[in-house]
Design a protein around this ligand. Structure first.
Ligand code: SF4
Length: 339
């Protein structure tokens, strides 16, 4: 079996106690059955600590929603005492994500982790493939899958090699036409002719929509409210931030586009990538406007927060997918006009 990942994913190492938004704080962690059985078999004082701090298959979060095994130095006592191999599946995997297509496994690192965000923003995209032990076969449409794979390569290539606004416009038109083809049962790549109609962008409409989504951090909605008032006057960050935005767009396309093989919906996934890229760039600009600077580190933290708030909440991702078909501010031409 082949495992396909972006090159930067292999460089990922958790920065543990140096992390400012530790993923062992604020998340409910489900323990998989196999690991749960192992924890029940651990004896001695650590076994008792495990039993006392697990309820209904989850760790019982402590003060400020800390994992009960995150020690005062922000290191994991399960890792220290039992070893990495005895972390539960979620803790072992995070921030890695995986998806299976036939006999191909794809994966990467999610931007909701600040170290992953740093790698995503600073690395040019490349794909690596390695042989891994067989993990079974996930059925995919044998005609749609290769078509989508080719389409994703074209989109990523465009985003990596052309100016951001032009490539987003191209990619949106490409996705609109590809969606039409798929809906009509024509499994063929479309031609892009530069005919995406223009419509007025609605920055306020986009910000208002984001304010209706379920927040994770209490700071998120107040920041959006503040920023929606200054978004129109926000100033550009440094020129290299354009490269970082293109890498963010590619991250979203790589992660989500191929899921379309299961439901035939390419357009909402391309819009998710485009709107998320615009929104993160706009948040950087607003930060610049408000504080007078937006360093690389701050840009990574803002991208991380966006990912945590939007990408890591299934309801929010579903709401964006629905809005991408129903709201005028998410029409392809309106999104293109935002850039
Ligand atoms: S968010 Fe990332 S860097 Fe921070 S503790 Fe979790 S995996 Fe490590």
């Amino acid at each position: 079996m082949i495992c396909r990942t972006p090159g930067y994913a292999r460089k990922f190492r958790c920065i543990a106690d140096k992390c400012r938004d530790n993923c062992c704080i604020g998340w409910e962690i489900d323990i998989d059955e196999e690991t749960g059985d192992f924890y029940s078999s651990v004896s001695g004082s650590f076994g008792k600590r495990l039993k006392d701090n697990i309820r209904d298959g989850c760790f019982v979060l402590g003060e400020n929603e800390r994992c009960p095994f995150l020690n005062s130095r922000d290191l994991c006592d399960i890792y220290i005492t039992l070893g990495e191999e005895h972390l539960c599946q979620i803790c072992r995997d995070h921030p890695r994500y995986f998806e299976w297509f036939g006999d191909i496994k794809e994966g990467g690192i999610g931007m909701s982790c600040e170290e992953a965000a740093r790698l995503i923003l600073s690395s040019d995209f490349s794909l690596t493939e390695t042989e891994i032990p067989d993990e079974g076969y996930t059925d995919v449409d044998s005609e749609l899958y290769p078509l989508l794979l080719s389409a994703r390569s074209i989109i990523i290539d465009k985003l990596m090699n052309c100016e951001l606004a032009d490539s987003v416009k191209y990619v949106l038109e490409f996705a609109e036409k590809l969606q039409d083809n798929i809906d009509c049962g024509i499994l063929r790549l479309p031609e892009v002719t530069g005919t995406l109609p223009s419509s007025a962008p609605d920055m306020r409409g986009v910000f208002s929509f984001y304010q209706t989504l379920e927040p994770i951090s209490p700071d998120w909605i107040p920041a959006l409210e503040r920023y929606s008032n200054i978004a129109g006057n926000a100033i550009n960050v440094v020129p290299e931030s354009d490269n970082e935005l293109r890498r963010i767009a590619v991250y979203f396309i790589f992660r989500y586009f191929m899921k379309s093989v299961f439901d035939g919906d390419v357009l909402s996934r391309v819009k998710l990538a485009a709107v998320s890229t615009w929104m993160i760039g706009k948040l950087w600009q607003c930060r610049m406007h408000e504080k007078g600077s937006c360093s690389f580190e701050e840009r990574c933290l803002i991208a991380k927060s966006y990912s945590k708030e939007i990408e890591y909440c299934e309801e929010n991702i579903a709401a964006l997918a629905e809005a991408s078909y129903e709201m005028a501010c998410f029409a392809s031409s309106a999104i293109a006009g935002l850039f």
